[in-house]
Every structure is written in C-alpha cells, then in structure tokens.
Write a protein that binds this ligand. Structure first.
Ligand code: DGY
Length: 330
C-alpha cells in the first residue's frame, strides 16, 4: 500500500513524530538552522505533505518544485511566511495552530511588560556585575507601576484577548484597537474599544498582537511613536516587521517612549552589534512567545493531526484556507 511521503522541516516533540510515522514515510531536517529556500524546494520535491515552520518561505517557486503536495501543516499561528492565495490556487490545504499557544504567549507578554516596567533584567545584571555594594536605597531602581495603569491592546485576537485578561488581574484599565470591534468581549470583560490614535495616546503599556500583513508592515513608525506618552512602554510579541526598528530606536533614545519589551525584532535574529542591544530600557527575547513545554508540545501534536487529516483528504482541525474544502469535496 502507498505510504505518503512527509517532510518535517524542524525537530519537533517525539510523540508528534511518532503520530506521523504511523501513516507516512517521514524525514526530519536534522539541523538547528532551517533549510534554505533552495534546499526546501529539493526536500519537498517528492513530498505529499510537510510540517513546516515560520522560517520556511512557502511561495510559488516552492509549489512549482513540489507538485505532489496536498497539505502543509504550519506549527505556528502566524502565517506571514506563506503565500496563502498561491496555496489555495494549487489546491494545497494549510494547517496552523492557533488557540493552543495563546495563553503561554500572553503569559510572556506580561513577563516582558513587568520586566521592562520594573527593570528586572537591568537590575539583575547590575547585581551580577558586583554593583550591589550599598544596602537598600530608597531612591534606587525606581520603575513604572503596572497595577492601576492603562493597558492598550492592538489586535484583540486569541493572544491579544489572553493578554487583556491578564491586565484585569493586575487591576489595569484595558483599552483596545482591532480591525473588528468585539462588543461581546467589551460587555463580558469591560474592555473599551478606542481609535488607533487614542490607543497610542492613552496607553501606559501598549501590547501589539496584530498579524503581519502588507497593511501592518511598519504599522508602528515615527508618527505613531510620537503620539505615545513619554512614560509609555511598548511590548511586541507579534512580528518584528510590525514596528519600524529604526523609528523605535529613535523613540527609545530620544525619550518619545520610556521602554520596550520585545520578543520579536526586525531583523531576526537581532545582529549582536545592533544598537538597540546597548539600551537599558529595552528587554529583548529570542522569539519565544509560545515556548513553554506544554504549548509547544500541543502545537506539534496539532500540527501532526492537521497533516494526517490533510493526507487522508479530511478537514483539518485548524485550516487557514477552508474555502478549499468545497473545491476538494471534503
Ligand atoms: C507563531 O505561532 O506565529 C509564533 O511566532 C511562532 O511560534
């Protein structure tokens, strides 16, 4: 009996691999660095399906090189690495993993928010470098108070919502701006919908959760940063390209805003000599929003299940191009 050929482009949890191996001939990319676009085209040339990652560029040349593909299963919520209309045109189902990572990513949004506000990383470094020579000083290491302040959320999707809910736990007033207004959430949680300009102007902490699209590329630039409070802290866990990095550096050095907590950056990885890394008012993490053991395992398992459903010609648990179901008659 024909066993479908599957390529997994990064190492994932073993039980997810076991699941795939029950039905497919599987190969896994062994390196820590992702395959280059040329390598990926070669690897998928004969594949019926693949488990892919945010670093894999999925575009028309890839589909040309991989004519047997039925399903691509991305283990992430963001899909900005994929030409979705092209996948749909080629009849390739696209799985992805929203939901299962929202809570872990929101936890990290708060870790970044608190760390930046209360200067956690900066003061830890100061202690380790042997600077704690005098005892407790009433005027040292003052930071921003989180409780009672205003939390602005840009993009009230799954992760934005979980971050907003955590704000309520810190007695914060939550305002949001989103493509679509969510009256039911406003009613349930007391969030207030505001214009983008008001979110920029009124937030003490502004947390970005919009997906990267042509419309949100450099969504936050000089003009927007200048509208923020000089005491405000910007937090980004979406994609680095949503913020204009040069404008952000200017804002942080000229005092347009007070600080930034960044899990993502443009470019990634951040070059080690990038001037943003010299700033004490910035906390930078290496894109680890969903990187808890539980969330990553659930993402990988869901990725495996999406892949297997696509190979069998069934509906996926989470599909980014469900309009294909009708064309494929499933
Ligand atoms: C996502 O899910 O889009 C993250 O950025 C990658 O884990």
């Amino acid at each position: 009996m024909y066993k479908p050929r599957v390529y997994v482009t990064r190492q994932i949890f073993p039980d997810a691999l076991d699941l795939i191996e029950t039905v497919a001939n599987m190969e896994v990319w062994p390196d820590d660095e992702p395959p280059s676009p040329e390598q990926l085209r070669e690897l998928l040339a004969d594949a019926d399906g693949a488990v892919i990652n945010v670093m894999d560029r999925i575009d028309a040349p890839l589909f040309d090189a991989a004519p047997k593909l039925k399903v691509l299963s991305q283990v992430a919520v963001g899909l900005d690495n994929i030409d979705i209309p092209e996948a749909t045109k080629r009849g390739v189902l696209l799985g992805y993993t929203p939901g299962v990572l929202a809570k872990a990513t929101a936890d990290l949004a708060f870790a970044l928010l608190l760390a930046t506000a209360r200067r956690v990383v900066e003061s830890d470094k100061w202690v380790r470098e042997g600077n704690w020579k005098i005892s407790h000083h009433p005027m040292f290491w003052l930071g921003s108070e989180v409780n009672g302040s205003t939390l602005g959320i840009l993009g009230l999707g799954g992760i934005g919502l979980e971050t907003a809910k955590r704000g309520l736990g810190f007695d914060m007033k939550v305002i949001y701006h989103s493509r679509t207004r969510k009256p039911e959430l406003e009613k349930e949680y007391g969030f207030k919908y505001v214009s983008l300009n008001k979110a920029l102007a009124d937030s003490d902490f502004l947390s970005i959760h919009v997906p990267l699209t042509p419309e949100t590329n450099k969504f936050i630039g000089e003009k927007q940063l200048k509208k923020m409070k000089p005491t405000a802290i910007l937090v980004n866990l979406s994609r680095g390209q949503v913020i204009d990095s040069d404008a952000l550096y200017k804002a942080l050095t000229k005092g347009w805003i007070a600080g930034a907590g960044l899990d993502v950056f443009d470019p990634e990885p951040v070059p080690e000599n990038h001037p943003i890394l010299d700033l004490d008012n910035v906390v930078v993490l290496p894109h680890i929003g969903s990187a808890s053991n539980r969330s990553r395992r659930e993402m990988h398992l869901m990725g495996a299940r999406n892949l297997l459903a696509g190979l069998k010609g069934e509906r996926l648990e989470e599909c980014a191009n469900p309009e294909l179901y009708e064309t494929l008659g499933i």
